[in-house]
Design a protein around this ligand. Structure first.
Ligand code: AHG
Ligand code: MN
Ligand code: MN
Length: 322
């Protein structure tokens, strides 16, 4: 097993970017510890506040956001940050070259049931000469990401990381506080018989997704001619990790449940970093009509439909959308 820095240095990853990634991971190690403490440290439960997206904030949403924000801004490695839990972007060091968008705690409805949660992050270069206080520096398509990853706080704490040369897994050695490389190149199997979707929304989906899921559920007697299994963790980070480990299709499609919110997952700090990790492992990430990483964002908290995972299965799903 090898430590994190040499792996990235050998890849030709710029030292400043490695330092920034290590800074994100320093915060994630502390988050791993806090999440692991659970009820012992009084961090479970909700606050009385809502974020700009109208979602009640969990105490851990606020705590993890503050940790990442403080550590990143103090480091001097970031020009600006964008977070699910911040209404607006926050300016950092004007001389820094990178910007970071993050979901400090994905799957926060799982905090109070001791289930999977994680941190998702996306790193891009700041346009040269840009103003750190100008939110438009984040209005870049996901294909511009120079690094993306998540840290999954499960039975073990696992980092999935890509700097554009494959997707790697590192496991946190909690006795030494070091992320050790435990899988060099993750590869999403092209075929799968497993899907992930919140089926309680079925009546609100568009016809294409209704038809696709109906055909999966029909099993051996249906048009697909085989049985499919279903999983739903209610934390994208857990579902995407499973897809990276053993294949599958994960989707949070457009629905009509709330006319003001046709899509759930956020482009900048959920869909884009996961799309990069999935593509770097040989999978596909689409909205149903276009590649996620090609979308030109127009708002920090913009939401998109997500269909990602095993190549052949995602292509089959997309064929229903044509
Ligand atoms: P967050 O906790 O950061 O708000 O994200 C939750 C997201 C995503 O992780 C997950 O796939 C989805 O919401 C779960 O949605 P349901 O509540 O519909 O299961
Ligand atoms: Mn999330
Ligand atoms: Mn979150």
């Amino acid at each position: 097993m090898r430590r994190l820095p040499p792996v990235l240095l050998e890849d030709g990853c710029p030292r400043e970017l490695i330092s920034l990634i290590r800074t994100v991971l320093a915060a994630c190690k502390e988050i791993s510890f806090r999440v692991g403490q659970g009820a012992l440290s009084g961090v479970l439960g909700s606050t009385l506040d809502e974020n700009i997206q109208g979602e009640t904030q969990k105490k851990l949403d606020v705590l993890t956001n503050q940790l990442l924000k403080d550590i990143l801004l103090e480091s001097g490695y970031v020009k600006a940050i964008a977070s699910e839990e911040e209404d607006f972007t926050v300016a950092g060091n004007p001389d820094a070259n990178y910007i970071v968008a993050f979901d400090p705690l994905d799957g926060s409805s799982n905090t109070d049931i001791n289930s999977l949660v994680g941190t998702i992050f996306s790193i891009m270069a700041a346009p040269e000469g840009s103003d750190p206080a100008d939110p438009s520096i984040f209005m870049q398509p996901g294909k511009n990401q120079v690094a993306a990853g998540y840290v999954l706080y499960g039975p073990s704490t696992v980092l999935a990381l890509t700097t554009g040369k494959g997707t790697r897994f590192f496991t946190l050695d909690k006795t030494h506080g070091t992320f050790l490389l435990t899988q060099d190149f993750a590869s999403v199997p092209e075929e799968t018989s497993e899907f992930a979707i919140n089926a309680s929304n079925q009546r609100h989906w568009q016809p294409a997704m209704q038809n696709y899921i109906n055909d999966l559920i029909a099993g051996v007697t249906g048009p697909r001619g085989r049985n499919f299994n279903m999983r739903w963790i209610a934390a994208m980070v857990g579902d995407v990790h499973r897809v990276l480990c053993r294949g599958g299709i994960f989707t949070y499609p457009t629905d009509t449940k709330d006319p003001n919110k046709p899509n759930k997952l956020r482009l900048l700090y959920e869909a884009n970093p996961m799309a990069m990790l999935i593509e770097q492992a040989g999978g596909i990430a689409s909205t149903g009509t276009e590649r996620i990483m090609d979308i030109q964002p127009d708002a920090i908290h913009q939401r998109v439909a997500v269909i990602l995972g095993s190549k052949n299965e995602v292509e089959t799903c997309l064929s229903y959308h044509k």
